[in-house]
Design a protein around this ligand. Sequence first.
Ligand code: HPA
Length: 277
Amino acid sequence: MIDMNVYKKNVEETVSFLQGKIKRPPAVVIILGTGLGGLIDSIEVEALLPYEEIPHFPRSTVPGHHGNLIFGTLRNRDVVVLQGRFHYYEGYSTRELTFPLRTLSLLGADTLVVTNAAGGLDPNYRPGTIMVIRDHLNLIGENPLRGANIDDWGPRFPDLSEPYDKKLIDATLQCAEKLHMTNVITGVYVAIPGPSLETPAETRFLRAAGADAVGMSSVPEVIVARHAAMRVLGLSAVANFNDPDNFAPILLDDIIRAAEEIEPALQELIKEVLKVL
Ligand code: HPA
């Protein structure tokens, strides 16, 4: 069983460490998913900290994922970017992999923008679609809040009736329209544990369960963000399309390449949204 006294002490130590590195607390946390690390080129960097140099931080082990925590400004907003995230399939518990987000919420951030590369399940999606996450299914089989609750951090039974902020979703759709992006739609994201990709039968099952896109991340972070009363915006770059009746191999290299192709549009969208946040 996880010792939450130790976890809390570690989080507090990391918060103090990070406070010593920055002048102002960040307002917005941005988590960059597979193949989506390039947004940092637009950031006026105040501090760049490799994960290895941050006490108690997990380490990124996945190709396509860097491992840097970057504080700075983007479109005049104080942001902190997780360039590279942690996944359940790497062996981390969801409690462990959400350690950075918990730390950043306690540092003062009140908004989370979470991005990922995902597989499309809605037959209308094509690679290149940007899905604004409207709701999610947690099929990872673990909840990052399991175990003793720290009441100072949030309620024992956090409400998830509106996991993704409706105002942020609407603002994002408006920004997409303004930017003449025709491939931005809302949908339901399902998180699976991975690392194996879905079988055709699983793909059929996930679609029948109401999901529009599938991936192996984001949901644990969103649960912790909502526990911490942060506003959440979730964006999926639909990198591949999984048709159970015409199933093609799903290959990581293809996913990374497709995500990189979507990235410029996703970056533009995030920057535009930051202006109106
Ligand atoms: N399945 C699961 N995770 C993914 C996929 C997929 O098809 N594409 C990108 N991440």
